[in-house]
Design a protein around this ligand. Structure first.
Ligand code: ADP
Ligand code: MG
Length: 702
């Protein structure tokens, strides 16, 4: 697919320069310096020869085919160069030149022009405004980066050129191997999704790491990433806040959602691992690229010091990994080979005076134990510690089997030579036990999400037609938000339970309504303009008789008029008073990148204060709905505390799934909340007490 970029037969550098220090020189120099085996053509109308190669005035003048061009000419010449590349049959262009979309209106136009030419000729483009591309296994360094990383299994893409140089520097100083290195620049054409697909099929890329600031097409990213993470671990660092659009939010969900939440949900749903710092990004990627998969959560620790062993144990437990329980045979073997003072249970303490042979004995026994999925070897440099020999032993034993081993040789100066040996054996070393644990946790998460069954999307019998009719009517009246009766109709159309309600336009209608519903009732101000009724004292529960209805009707209307003189008031809603249950919230806010962002959490009037909510991108699978319920902090309240009966969790997941289907069926819903969804004891269901809908401004296409 993107072979032209990674394994081209020939490369032309358009704008190749004779003067060291110029980009056009640096790129050509890197291509030659780092061992590219194909044909290289410098393009420069003013030179005959650069770095010993014959120069051509234009790409079309090259006598042989050209697969890839690297363009470093000033921005305004790029469309013309691309035109010539098209004539020449070039397949890929890396545009390093800047001065495009990042540089304002003229730049945007120029970028569009370039894209138009590229599309017409079928040329794929990386950049513009990028650092270039490196494929270590080809090898090809088509970039102006200062150096070339060693060959290895990490495939890296970045929206930030500066981060590329920083990572490259780290790779060089640590001797960490990479397979690919792509600076995406403005992502005019090739973006994260293209590279995920390409690298998923590349045997050299064992782990893909992505530094992103924002995505062009969130839905497509979800589709592709979900597939890729079935085979290849993907680790993302996301920074920067992509604007969530300028639409003013009016729902609870809208105020709690936001692009950060959407990315978090998207990563979780696709199995993309998130690193929350560059440090973690390094930690995880090295573990994935160096070591075999961690096929479970049970970890053994081998250490020569008690303190770090305990730190590692604590970190294991905090992160959801487990201290493996060693089998009796393993304990026996350990007891035989270790001194009497050693701890032969996990964490295995080989004691401060341990030489390499003791490490060998303990590590071998741990790796052979079928209760152990992976091992952390901790070493602190003590007087007799054989640092280098121990590193050799760890490397040899780890390499001879298929469980991951990570090391934590603590310190710097003394352990340095040992770490170097570990690196030669592809054993990742972490400065501190917590970081070793963090890396193993990422590996365990990856393995687990691979084992998850394929998501299943349930479809309910619903009355879409009824909803469509309501939306059409609302729009034809020039409104975007729905009234209570309309919202309740939609709930019914999607099979959700609601309390009986009657809209009363005056006092006598209200009394009649209350009589027919039966006391006690709830009175609520009915206005399309009042979003949070309680805030203005617009809700009264437990209204006991006709006299109270009469008094309160006027009071509610008076309050509404005083707080919001402009508000259109339809009257008062008389509602069946439902019995008390657990108040939860289910809502949706449309994210500009990913579409409908579904929220579940603890509801009621304190939802914004407690923020006990979780998010997924809709549609959600049955499994995801269950996870949402289990994820909130108040889950144990829903399960029932102190002899309380558990809540109807099935009714919650059922409602989540119906709402998920609804917003998928009707993309014009930009915001909606059910708050509260009153949830009763198991078997007794849930009732949607209060809800609101906001529709998109203009008719959505498709
Ligand atoms: P708003 O969210 O606009 O303030 P709600 O209709 O959600 O108004 O009412 C606020 C609170 O009043 C709810 O969280 C719930 O505790 C209570 N409540 C509202 N309607 C009912 C009802 N029909 N039965 C019982 N309690 C209700
Ligand atoms: Mg409410």
């Amino acid at each position: 697919m993107l072979d032209a970029f990674f394994t081209p037969q020939s490369v032309a550098v358009v704008g190749a320069a004779r003067e060291p220090g110029k980009l056009g020189y640096g790129v050509l120099h890197n291509i030659l310096e780092y061992g590219y085996q194909g044909k290289v053509y410098p393009i420069n109308p003013k030179a005959d020869e650069i770095l010993g190669l014959k120069c051509y005035p234009r790409v079309v003048d090259v006598p042989d085919p050209v697969d890839l061009v690297v363009i470093v000419v000033p921005n305004k010449f790029v469309p013309q160069v691309m035109e010539e590349c098209g004539q020449k049959g070039v397949k890929g262009a890396i545009i390093i030149s800047a001065g495009f979309r990042e540089a304002g209106m003229d730049g945007i136009k120029l970028e569009q022009q370039v894209l138009e030419v590229a599309a017409r000729h079928g040329i794929r483009v990386i950049g513009p405004n990028c650092l270039g591309v490196i494929s270590t296994h080809t090898p090809l360094n088509a970039s102006f980066a200062a150096g070339m990383p060693p060959q290895g299994g990490i495939a890296f893409m970045s929206q930030s050129g500066a981060l590329c140089t920083a990572i490259l520097d780290w790779a060089l100083s640590q001797g960490i191997g990479f397979s690919h290195f792509v600076s995406l620049g403005n992502k005019a054409d090739v973006n994260e999704v293209d590279l995920l697909q390409a690298w998923d099929n590349d045997e050299h890329a064992r782990v893909i790491i992505v530094y992103m600031e924002g995505l062009n097409d969130g839905r497509k990213f979800i589709r592709v990433a979900r597939e890729v993470t079935q085979h290849t671990p993907v680790i993302a660092v996301k920074s920067g806040n992509t604007a969530a659009g300028s639409r003013a939010v009016s729902s609870h969900t809208g105020s709690l959602a936001g692009s950060e939440r959407a990315y978090e949900a998207a990563f979780r749903q696709t199995g993309v691992l998130r690193a929350d710092s560059i440090e973690h990004l390094f930690d995880y990627s090295v573990a994935f690229s160096y070591q075999p998969p961690l096929k479970g959560r049970n970890v053994a620790i081998v250490t020569n010091a008690g303190g770090p062993g305990i730190m590692a144990t604590d970190a294991l437990e905090r992160s959801g990994l487990k201290l493996a329980t060693l089998q009796p045979e393993t304990v026996a073997v350990l007891r035989e080979g270790l001194p009497a003072t050693a701890n032969v249970f996990n964490p295995i303490d080989v004691i401060g005076d341990a030489l390499a042979d003791r490490y060998a004995h303990a590590l071998k026994a741990a790796l052979e134990d079928s209760n152990v999925n992976g091992v952390i070897v901790i070493l602190t440099p003590q007087v007799y510690t054989q640092i280098e020999e121990t590193a050799q032993v760890v490397g040899r034993l780890a390499g001879a089997q298929d469980k991951p081993v990570v090391a934590c040789f603590m310190g710097e100066q003394k352990v340095g030579p040992g770490i170097k040996i570990l690196n030669e054996h592809s054993i990742p070393n972490y400065l501190f036990p917590e970081r070793a644990v963090g890396a193993l946790k990422a590996m365990a998460d990856f393995w687990e999400q691979r084992q998850r069954p394929h998501p299943e999307y349930k479809r309910f019998e619903v009355d879409q037609e009824r909803v469509r009719t309501i939306f059409e009517r609302v729009r034809s009246e020039g409104r975007l938000s729905l009234g209570d009766a309309e919202s309740r109709d939609i709930m019914e159309a999607y099979g959700l339970r609601i309390p009986r309600s009657i809209l009363a336009k005056d006092v006598e209608e209200a009394v009649a309504a209350a009589d027919s519903i039966g006391y006690p009732v709830v009175l609520k101000i009915a206005s399309p303009d009042i979003l949070h009724k309680s805030d203005i004292g617009g809700v009264r529960v437990n209204v006991r008789d006709a006299d109270q209805v009469r008094d309160l009707f006027d009071l509610l209307v008076y309050r509404a008029q005083r707080h919001m003189p402009e508000a259109q008031i339809w009257g008062v809603l008389v509602q069946e008073m439902v019995s008390k249950g657990k108040e939860t919230i289910i809502g949706v806010n449309r994210d500009p990148q990913f579409g409908p962002l579904l929220m579940f959490g603890l509801g009621g009037i304190y939802v914004e204060v407690l923020k006990d909510v979780t998010f997924r991108i809709a549609p959600v699978s049955g499994q995801e709905a269950v996870e949402m319920v289990q994820e909130i902090r108040s889950y144990h309240l829903l399960r029932g505390v102190r002899g309380e009966r558990p809540s109807d969790l099935e009714a919650i997941t059922d409602t989540i799934l119906r709402v998920s289907q609804m917003v998928n069926d009707f993309p014009e819903i930009v915001e909606m909340d059910i708050n509260p969804l009153m949830v009763y004891e198991a078997g007794r269901g849930a009732v949607a007490v209060d809800m609101r809908f906001v529709l998109e401004e203009k008719e959505s296409e498709g």
